[in-house]
Design a protein around this ligand. Structure first.
Ligand code: UDP
Length: 338
């Protein structure tokens, strides 16, 4: 998949945060994009600007069910599987569905890739490393996942999805690429998603208490969405020998306390910071080793945390402003009595 022009690609989960940005990038590259989404966590508003785009089609369906016949008949060059709720509160709301989305959904889309010959990209996750005992995390690390805990439906589902991908690859049934995505943020991450960046920025902007889970010493490494999407495009364009899973993320590691301090500073917020219990199995540290992506794909994130947060804060501020009730029109009666 060197050049998007004249390509038809399927983006499963295309109405979501990452999926909608990927649709935009593929369309900008000249591709015809078919977006498949069950709208469980994906949102139509993310695609509103594509309503009149002739190279864009939306199909509402759930990947755990048989794929719609029109998808099976499509001539596809690429399939991107981003279908799965991804924030802990959303994927834990229906854990059985989360697991099936990754396992049944990935299987079904891999079979579509086999049938059509489309190159397949799986959106995997740093969660495959669980609460890592190796730091930073390299692709060769097998991880430390609790298989029966509340995060398992997501972590183990994504691990099983990787297994399916590499079995299809070994058996010559599909040409697969697996991106292990580390924490990503930016415009269109829903305010109510429950992630730390969306929570903290929105709480700070609203003057509400900012919630820090645990003592805030746990770390994450935050990648700006545009950088990640460029990583996806480079991964599917890669023409070398199979490379296995590839970490995509920004290695700049912050404690949650440091993130909160930056957001407070950048928003000028005077919100209180309140401590909440640390969720079960919450990983203590996370930072990607992105050597492989650098060497094989020539990819590295370009956006500093400062610039990424600035753009994200501006987007949420605009969203909040739009949600504000419009100033009340003066009625004729009010005008008369004034
Ligand atoms: N977190 C927090 N306050 C929040 C939301 C999350 O302190 O309002 C913490 C959470 O416990 C975790 C980190 O921030 O340690 C990142 O959480 P997120 O849900 O964004 O991503 P994940 O845990 O999946 O990496």
């Amino acid at each position: 998949m060197k050049n998007g022009a004249r390509q038809t690609v399927l983006v499963a989960g295309g109405a979501g945060f990452l999926g909608s940005h990927l649709c935009d990038a593929l369309l900008a590259d000249g591709a015809h994009v078919i977006c498949l989404d069950n709208l469980l966590t994906g949102r139509r508003v993310n695609l509103d600007h594509l309503q009149r785009e002739p190279r864009f089609d939306f199909v509402e369906a759930d990947v755990i069910h048989p794929l719609p016949p029109k998808l099976k008949a499509a001539k596809l060059q690429g399939i991107f599987n981003l279908a799965c709720a991804a924030s802990p509160p959303t994927y834990q709301a229906d854990p059985e569905h989360t697991m099936l989305t990754s396992v049944v959904g990935t299987h079904s889309l891999l079979k579509l890739a086999e049938k059509t010959g489309a190159r397949f990209m799986q959106a995997s996750t740093s969660e495959v490393y669980g609460d890592p005992e190796v730091h930073p995390q390299k692709e060769s690390y097998w991880g430390h996942v609790n298989p029966t805990g509340p995060r398992a439906c997501y972590d183990e589902g994504k691990r099983a999805a990787e297994t399916l991908c590499f079995d299809f690859e070994r058996m010559g049934r599909a040409d697969v690429r697996v991106a292990r995505i580390f924490n990503t943020y930016g415009p269109r991450l829903p305010a109510e998603d429950g992630r730390v960046v969306s929570n903290v920025v929105n709480q700070a902007l609203a003057g509400d208490p900012v919630t820090v889970y645990g003592d805030g010493s746990q770390t994450r490494s935050f990648c700006y969405v545009d950088d990640l999407i460029q990583g996806f495009l480079k991964l599917v364009a890669y023409e070398g020998a199979p490379i296995g899973p590839v970490n995509l993320g920004n290695p700049t590691e912050l404690t949650i306390n440091e993130l909160v301090a930056r957001v407070m500073d950048m928003t000028g917020s005077r919100s209180d910071v309140i401590r909440m219990p640390l969720p079960k199995d919450d990983p203590q540290r996370r930072r990607p080793d992105i050597t492989l992506a650098g060497e094989k794909l020539g990819w590295a994130p370009r956006t500093t945390v400062e610039a990424g947060l600035r753009a994200t804060i501006a987007w949420y501020a605009a969203e909040l402003k739009q949600a504000e009730p419009a100033p009340r029109q003066r009625t004729a009666g009010a005008a008369l009595s004034a």
